[in-house]
Design a protein around this ligand. Structure first.
Ligand code: HEM
Length: 224
Protein backbone atom coordinates (compact mmCIF):
# COMPACT_ATOMS: atom_id res chain seq x y z
CA UNK A 1 0.00 0.00 0.00
CA UNK A 2 2.86 2.38 0.85
CA UNK A 3 4.37 1.75 -2.59
CA UNK A 4 1.06 2.33 -4.37
CA UNK A 5 0.46 5.50 -2.38
CA UNK A 6 3.94 6.67 -3.35
CA UNK A 7 3.24 5.87 -6.99
CA UNK A 8 -0.05 7.77 -6.86
CA UNK A 9 1.47 10.70 -4.95
CA UNK A 10 -0.70 10.24 -1.86
CA UNK A 11 0.96 12.17 1.01
CA UNK A 12 2.22 10.00 3.88
CA UNK A 13 -0.28 11.44 6.34
CA UNK A 14 -3.21 10.41 4.12
CA UNK A 15 -2.09 6.81 3.85
CA UNK A 16 -4.13 5.37 6.75
CA UNK A 17 -7.36 6.78 5.35
CA UNK A 18 -6.51 5.75 1.82
CA UNK A 19 -5.68 2.28 3.07
CA UNK A 20 -9.04 2.06 4.84
CA UNK A 21 -10.98 3.02 1.70
CA UNK A 22 -8.91 0.72 -0.45
CA UNK A 23 -9.56 -2.12 2.00
CA UNK A 24 -13.28 -1.45 1.83
CA UNK A 25 -13.17 -1.37 -1.96
CA UNK A 26 -11.18 -4.57 -2.14
CA UNK A 27 -13.49 -6.25 0.36
CA UNK A 28 -16.43 -5.56 -1.91
CA UNK A 29 -14.65 -7.65 -4.57
CA UNK A 30 -13.81 -10.54 -2.23
CA UNK A 31 -15.58 -13.68 -3.52
CA UNK A 32 -15.61 -15.25 -0.03
CA UNK A 33 -17.74 -12.46 1.46
CA UNK A 34 -20.45 -13.04 -1.11
CA UNK A 35 -20.61 -9.33 -1.96
CA UNK A 36 -18.70 -9.69 -5.19
CA UNK A 37 -20.77 -12.64 -6.37
CA UNK A 38 -23.94 -10.76 -5.50
CA UNK A 39 -22.74 -7.78 -7.52
CA UNK A 40 -21.65 -10.02 -10.38
CA UNK A 41 -25.16 -11.33 -10.62
CA UNK A 42 -26.12 -7.76 -11.50
CA UNK A 43 -25.90 -6.27 -14.97
CA UNK A 44 -22.23 -5.15 -14.75
CA UNK A 45 -19.27 -7.05 -16.19
CA UNK A 46 -16.25 -7.69 -13.97
CA UNK A 47 -14.15 -5.01 -15.72
CA UNK A 48 -16.91 -2.43 -15.32
CA UNK A 49 -17.22 -3.31 -11.63
CA UNK A 50 -13.50 -2.89 -10.97
CA UNK A 51 -13.28 0.33 -12.98
CA UNK A 52 -16.29 1.76 -11.18
CA UNK A 53 -14.71 0.90 -7.82
CA UNK A 54 -11.48 2.64 -8.77
CA UNK A 55 -13.39 5.62 -10.23
CA UNK A 56 -15.32 6.13 -7.01
CA UNK A 57 -12.19 5.85 -4.90
CA UNK A 58 -10.41 8.50 -6.96
CA UNK A 59 -13.37 10.75 -7.93
CA UNK A 60 -14.53 10.82 -4.33
CA UNK A 61 -11.17 11.10 -2.55
CA UNK A 62 -8.95 13.81 -4.01
CA UNK A 63 -11.88 16.12 -4.79
CA UNK A 64 -13.31 16.02 -1.28
CA UNK A 65 -9.89 16.28 0.43
CA UNK A 66 -9.19 19.39 -1.65
CA UNK A 67 -12.59 20.93 -0.94
CA UNK A 68 -11.97 20.59 2.81
CA UNK A 69 -8.44 22.01 2.56
CA UNK A 70 -9.56 24.88 0.27
CA UNK A 71 -12.43 25.49 2.69
CA UNK A 72 -10.28 25.71 5.79
CA UNK A 73 -7.84 27.96 3.94
CA UNK A 74 -10.66 30.29 2.86
CA UNK A 75 -12.18 30.35 6.36
CA UNK A 76 -8.84 31.24 7.91
CA UNK A 77 -8.53 34.08 5.39
CA UNK A 78 -12.03 35.30 6.36
CA UNK A 79 -12.04 35.22 10.19
CA UNK A 80 -15.43 36.97 10.33
CA UNK A 81 -17.05 34.03 8.50
CA UNK A 82 -15.14 31.52 10.68
CA UNK A 83 -16.45 33.29 13.78
CA UNK A 84 -20.02 33.16 12.45
CA UNK A 85 -19.70 29.43 11.69
CA UNK A 86 -18.70 28.85 15.32
CA UNK A 87 -22.13 30.04 16.47
CA UNK A 88 -24.32 29.34 13.41
CA UNK A 89 -23.93 25.69 12.42
CA UNK A 90 -26.51 26.08 9.63
CA UNK A 91 -24.16 28.51 7.89
CA UNK A 92 -22.15 25.44 6.81
CA UNK A 93 -24.74 24.72 4.09
CA UNK A 94 -24.50 27.98 2.06
CA UNK A 95 -20.82 28.20 3.03
CA UNK A 96 -19.95 24.96 1.22
CA UNK A 97 -21.90 26.14 -1.87
CA UNK A 98 -19.92 29.38 -1.89
CA UNK A 99 -16.67 27.41 -1.53
CA UNK A 100 -17.62 25.28 -4.53
CA UNK A 101 -18.08 28.51 -6.47
CA UNK A 102 -15.21 30.62 -5.13
CA UNK A 103 -12.44 28.07 -4.49
CA UNK A 104 -13.49 24.92 -6.39
CA UNK A 105 -11.48 21.71 -6.52
CA UNK A 106 -12.29 20.81 -10.12
CA UNK A 107 -11.05 23.82 -12.08
CA UNK A 108 -11.57 22.49 -15.56
CA UNK A 109 -12.79 19.54 -17.57
CA UNK A 110 -10.89 18.44 -20.65
CA UNK A 111 -11.53 15.68 -23.15
CA UNK A 112 -14.71 17.23 -24.60
CA UNK A 113 -15.26 18.24 -28.22
CA UNK A 114 -17.90 20.30 -30.02
CA UNK A 115 -20.60 18.08 -31.57
CA UNK A 116 -21.71 20.95 -33.84
CA UNK A 117 -20.63 24.51 -34.64
CA UNK A 118 -21.25 26.55 -31.48
CA UNK A 119 -21.75 30.35 -31.57
CA UNK A 120 -20.56 31.84 -28.32
CA UNK A 121 -19.95 35.52 -27.49
CA UNK A 122 -19.26 36.46 -31.12
CA UNK A 123 -17.01 33.47 -31.86
CA UNK A 124 -17.85 30.25 -33.65
CA UNK A 125 -16.30 27.11 -32.18
CA UNK A 126 -16.09 24.73 -35.16
CA UNK A 127 -17.55 21.26 -34.91
CA UNK A 128 -14.96 18.72 -33.75
CA UNK A 129 -12.77 21.25 -31.87
CA UNK A 130 -11.30 19.96 -28.62
CA UNK A 131 -12.73 21.87 -25.64
CA UNK A 132 -11.54 22.59 -22.12
CA UNK A 133 -14.44 23.72 -19.94
CA UNK A 134 -13.07 26.05 -17.28
CA UNK A 135 -15.71 25.58 -14.60
CA UNK A 136 -13.86 27.82 -12.13
CA UNK A 137 -14.05 30.78 -14.54
CA UNK A 138 -17.75 30.13 -15.23
CA UNK A 139 -18.40 30.21 -11.49
CA UNK A 140 -16.86 33.71 -11.40
CA UNK A 141 -18.68 35.04 -14.46
CA UNK A 142 -19.51 38.69 -13.61
CA UNK A 143 -22.63 38.50 -15.82
CA UNK A 144 -23.95 35.75 -13.59
CA UNK A 145 -22.49 36.49 -10.12
CA UNK A 146 -22.35 40.08 -8.83
CA UNK A 147 -18.91 40.96 -7.40
CA UNK A 148 -17.67 37.44 -8.29
CA UNK A 149 -14.26 37.70 -6.59
CA UNK A 150 -15.84 38.33 -3.19
CA UNK A 151 -16.29 35.32 -0.87
CA UNK A 152 -19.87 35.66 0.37
CA UNK A 153 -21.73 32.71 1.92
CA UNK A 154 -24.93 34.83 1.98
CA UNK A 155 -24.96 35.05 -1.83
CA UNK A 156 -28.46 34.51 -3.24
CA UNK A 157 -29.19 32.13 -6.13
CA UNK A 158 -25.73 30.54 -5.98
CA UNK A 159 -25.98 28.12 -8.91
CA UNK A 160 -22.25 27.41 -9.39
CA UNK A 161 -20.43 24.90 -11.61
CA UNK A 162 -18.46 23.24 -8.78
CA UNK A 163 -20.00 19.83 -9.50
CA UNK A 164 -20.25 20.33 -13.27
CA UNK A 165 -23.57 20.57 -15.08
CA UNK A 166 -25.90 18.56 -17.30
CA UNK A 167 -25.89 14.82 -17.83
CA UNK A 168 -22.48 14.29 -16.17
CA UNK A 169 -23.34 16.33 -13.06
CA UNK A 170 -21.39 14.90 -10.11
CA UNK A 171 -22.80 11.62 -8.94
CA UNK A 172 -21.22 12.11 -5.47
CA UNK A 173 -22.44 15.66 -4.81
CA UNK A 174 -24.73 14.80 -1.84
CA UNK A 175 -22.08 12.91 0.24
CA UNK A 176 -19.37 15.42 -0.76
CA UNK A 177 -21.56 18.29 0.48
CA UNK A 178 -22.29 16.56 3.82
CA UNK A 179 -18.64 15.63 4.36
CA UNK A 180 -17.43 19.16 3.77
CA UNK A 181 -20.17 20.68 5.97
CA UNK A 182 -19.18 18.42 8.88
CA UNK A 183 -15.43 18.60 8.29
CA UNK A 184 -15.43 22.43 8.29
CA UNK A 185 -17.85 22.93 11.19
CA UNK A 186 -15.87 20.80 13.66
CA UNK A 187 -12.58 22.74 13.52
CA UNK A 188 -14.51 26.05 13.49
CA UNK A 189 -16.18 25.00 16.74
CA UNK A 190 -13.21 23.40 18.47
CA UNK A 191 -9.95 25.05 17.44
CA UNK A 192 -9.02 27.93 19.72
CA UNK A 193 -7.45 30.84 17.81
CA UNK A 194 -6.61 28.91 14.61
CA UNK A 195 -4.35 30.63 12.07
CA UNK A 196 -2.41 29.76 8.93
CA UNK A 197 1.28 28.94 9.45
CA UNK A 198 2.02 29.84 5.81
CA UNK A 199 -0.11 31.80 3.38
CA UNK A 200 -0.28 30.86 0.56
CA UNK A 201 0.35 27.16 1.26
CA UNK A 202 2.28 25.01 -1.25
CA UNK A 203 -0.05 23.76 -4.02
CA UNK A 204 -0.15 20.44 -5.83
CA UNK A 205 1.01 21.07 -9.41
CA UNK A 206 -2.26 20.03 -11.02
CA UNK A 207 -4.18 22.41 -13.31
CA UNK A 208 -7.38 20.37 -13.11
CA UNK A 209 -7.71 19.43 -9.45
CA UNK A 210 -6.67 22.42 -7.38
CA UNK A 211 -5.72 22.25 -3.73
CA UNK A 212 -2.87 22.67 -1.23
CA UNK A 213 -0.30 19.95 -0.83
CA UNK A 214 -0.33 20.68 2.92
CA UNK A 215 -2.23 23.16 5.01
CA UNK A 216 -0.24 23.93 8.14
CA UNK A 217 -2.42 25.45 10.87
CA UNK A 218 -1.42 26.78 14.29
CA UNK A 219 -3.85 26.97 17.21
CA UNK A 220 -3.70 27.51 20.98
CA UNK A 221 -5.90 24.63 22.16
CA UNK A 222 -8.67 22.20 21.20
CA UNK A 223 -11.96 22.82 22.97
CA UNK A 224 -13.84 19.71 24.19
C1 HEM B 1 -16.00 18.05 -3.43
C2 HEM B 1 -16.10 16.88 -3.97
C3 HEM B 1 -16.38 16.65 -5.43
C4 HEM B 1 -16.30 17.52 -6.50
C5 HEM B 1 -15.87 18.99 -6.50
C6 HEM B 1 -16.69 16.76 -7.67
C7 HEM B 1 -16.76 17.31 -8.95
C8 HEM B 1 -17.25 16.65 -10.05
C9 HEM B 1 -17.41 17.23 -11.36
C10 HEM B 1 -17.07 18.66 -11.74
C11 HEM B 1 -17.92 16.28 -12.18
C12 HEM B 1 -18.30 16.44 -13.65
C13 HEM B 1 -17.29 15.75 -14.52
C14 HEM B 1 -17.62 15.88 -15.99
O1 HEM B 1 -18.57 16.56 -16.40
O2 HEM B 1 -16.86 15.28 -16.78
C15 HEM B 1 -18.05 15.07 -11.39
C16 HEM B 1 -18.50 13.87 -11.85
C17 HEM B 1 -18.52 12.71 -11.09
N1 HEM B 1 -18.30 12.59 -9.75
FE1 HEM B 1 -17.74 14.06 -8.52
N2 HEM B 1 -17.00 15.48 -7.30
C18 HEM B 1 -16.83 15.38 -5.94
C19 HEM B 1 -17.06 14.26 -5.15
C20 HEM B 1 -17.45 13.05 -5.61
C21 HEM B 1 -17.70 11.89 -4.80
C22 HEM B 1 -17.62 11.85 -3.28
C23 HEM B 1 -18.02 10.87 -5.66
C24 HEM B 1 -18.36 9.45 -5.38
C25 HEM B 1 -18.96 9.02 -4.30
C26 HEM B 1 -17.99 11.41 -7.00
C27 HEM B 1 -18.27 10.70 -8.15
C28 HEM B 1 -18.41 11.25 -9.40
C29 HEM B 1 -18.75 10.48 -10.58
C30 HEM B 1 -18.98 8.98 -10.64
C31 HEM B 1 -18.84 11.39 -11.64
C32 HEM B 1 -19.15 11.09 -13.11
C33 HEM B 1 -20.61 11.29 -13.36
C34 HEM B 1 -20.96 11.07 -14.83
O3 HEM B 1 -20.06 11.13 -15.69
O4 HEM B 1 -22.13 10.84 -15.10
N3 HEM B 1 -17.66 12.74 -6.93
N4 HEM B 1 -17.65 15.33 -10.09
Amino acid sequence: MAAICHLLGVPREDEPRFRHWADATVEAFDPTTGTFEERQRGPMARGDLLNTGALLLVAGHETTVNLIANGLLTLLRHPDVLERLRHEPDLSIPLVEELLRYEPTVHMLTGRSALADIDLAGTTIPQGSPLALVLAAGSRDPHRFPDPDRFDPDRADNVHLGFGNGIHYCFGAPPARSEAQVALSAPARRLVNPRLATDPPPYRPNPTLRGPRHLMIEFDAIAP
